[in-house]
Write a protein that binds this ligand. Structure first.
Ligand SMILES: [Zn+2]
Length: 498
């Protein structure tokens, strides 16, 4: 039998119950594996002799004799054990090291977006980081590292993707979380040392500053390495004068110690190559070019082999909407950061909160010569919520009202300028107009930041109020889901030069 025969046979006998994803069919020797969609769920279908078929968990659909050999057609669950078996047979289903290639992260909060993401990456020379979730997101979506990774890999299988991809454990803050992510097979780790960054030093006077400064271990040693050191960066010369250097040491030295400790752990613990990103984007102040220079020189001096660096760049970076700020001024300041990275070499600049920052992408890509990484997440969720609005307006209206009730509570962990009064009154817009809410910043942010409350909401009997219905709509209208989502991610990717 060949792939065509398999499809025809399956179609003829099972099309009343399942639809096979033709792109997913893979063979190994005479065994076949593919994804099929039933009424309520997807399954892995395998055609294999009993010894192999029995290793997988599921139900036999049929036993056949082909060329005197017994062949089992089995419907298998999309669970972790079956995926592990599949990953052994098809090694391309394992995430891998990205290194210094242009890359783009597509966080997927519902865990069903990977096929759409892959469709967007088609023909682009950009390394996809398909599994990407932060610790904070996981607590809001009630998912875990393994689930995040497994969902993305099932998505690769469904799409028939055989290229490389990465798995980013995002905004990891301590060794315990690092260990858990490494155990599950993540290949990229984004260290967030923000808990160790000194805050509030802007308001201190000279005396208070020097008191704090004197408490820093090895402060003189570090100071001597950099004081009055000049670096020619592009047209500019950056100098570590005493005042700025001390402030930088005060701000970052504990955070850097933490990074070194985490890196040492990973280096020993993680088998094989891994990507490491250091992120200081969630800090109260903008990272100055001088601080950028200091962080990188210190990381290198202390032997930390990192691939990406995420800084807190100038401007107002809000979730799910365009960059707020003077783009020209951003471009000027960013060109200095890009020049520092080019000068020192060996790492990429990473942009967080990258969803929908269309005006910034061309600058980011050009200035870094595409040596950059971009992270998006919420924008995929918004496209999914938009499809709910298109296909089940009544459900969307319920969700929207619930989001309005929860907005004040949920906005606390975000930097937002959302004004709910600018959102059109739901009672005054028709079902057909609901999707247009996703073109308006305030309503985008309303749905963007309340995702955790929406997904976790349960009724008195402990049943999810919205979550299961959201999954069902996206399952029933999968074509629309994939189309809207991949088009939207394509818009992002097309602005990058790669
Ligand atoms: Zn971030």
């Amino acid at each position: 039998m060949n792939k065509q025969d398999i499809l025809q046979y399956f179609d003829k006998h099972y099309s009343d119950r399942y639809k096979a994803y033709s792109s997913s069919i893979k063979s190994e020797k005479d065994n076949y594996f593919f994804m099929a969609k039933g009424d309520k769920e997807k399954n892995l279908i395998i055609l294999a002799p009993p010894n192999l078929a029995n290793e997988f968990e599921g139900e036999n659909l049929e036993e056949k004799i082909v060329d005197e050999n017994k062949l089992i057609i089995k419907k298998c669950y999309l669970n972790h054990l079956n995926l592990s078996l599949l990953r052994e047979i098809f090694p391309w289903l394992n995430p891998s090291f990205c290194g210094l290639k242009p890359s783009f992260g597509t966080g997927d909060r519902l865990g069903i977006a990977t096929p759409a993401h892959l469709q967007a990456f088609k023909g682009k020379d950009i390394f996809p980081i398909l599994a990407q979730q932060s610790v904070r997101e996981m607590s809001r979506t009630e998912r875990n590292w393994q689930k995040v990774l497994d969902d993305a890999i099932w998505g690769c299988f469904e799409e028939g993707y055989e290229g490389p991809f990465g798995a980013d454990a995002d905004h990891v803050k301590n060794i315990k979380e690092l260990k858990e992510a490494a155990d599950c097979g993540f290949t990229m780790f984004t260290l967030d040392p923000s808990d160790f960054i000194s805050k509030g030093i802007e308001g201190l006077n000279e005396q208070e500053l020097s008191q704090l400064y004197n408490k820093i271990p090895k402060n003189k040693e570090i100071e001597n390495l950099y004081l009055n050191k000049k670096s020619k960066i592009g047209e500019q010369e950056l100098i570590f004068d005493e005042k700025s250097l001390r402030k930088i040491i005060l701000t970052y030295s504990e955070a850097l110690n933490h990074v070194v400790e985490c890196y040492e752990f990973l280096k020993d613990y993680k088998k094989g190559k891994f990507d490491l990103e250091i992120s200081v984007d969630e800090t109260p102040t903008v990272t100055s070019p001088l601080a950028h220079l200091f962080i990188v020189l210190e990381l290198q001096r202390r032997g930390v082999d990192f691939q990406n660096l995420a800084l807190h760049f100038l401007g107002d970076w809000q979730k799910g909407i365009e960059y707020i700020g003077d783009v020209k001024q951003f471009a000027r300041e960013f060109s200095l950061h890009a020049a520092i990275a080019k000068n020192i070499e060996g790492y990429k600049l990473s942009l967080h909160t990258g969803s929908d920052k269309f005006s910034v992408y061309p600058i980011f890509s050009r200035e870094t010569d595409s040596l950059c990484h971009i992270k998006t997440a919420g924008t995929s969720w918004l496209e999914e919520a938009k499809v709910v609005a298109m296909k089940d307006p009544a459900l969307y209206r319920e969700i929207h009202r619930f989001a309005l009730e929860n907005f004040e509570k949920d906005r606390a962990s975000y930097n937002l300028t959302t004004d709910l009064s600018r959102i059109p009154d739901l009672d005054e817009i028709s079902d057909n107009e609901l999707a247009s809410l996703f073109k308006q910043n305030d309503s985008r942010q309303l749905i963007h930041i309340t995702y955790g409350s929406i997904l976790k909401a349960k009724d008195d009997r402990g049943k999810y109020i919205y979550k299961d219905r959201i999954y069902k709509i996206l399952f029933d209208y999968e074509e629309e889901h994939y189309r809207e989502l991949s088009n939207h991610i394509k818009r992002h990717l097309e602005l990058l030069r790669a």
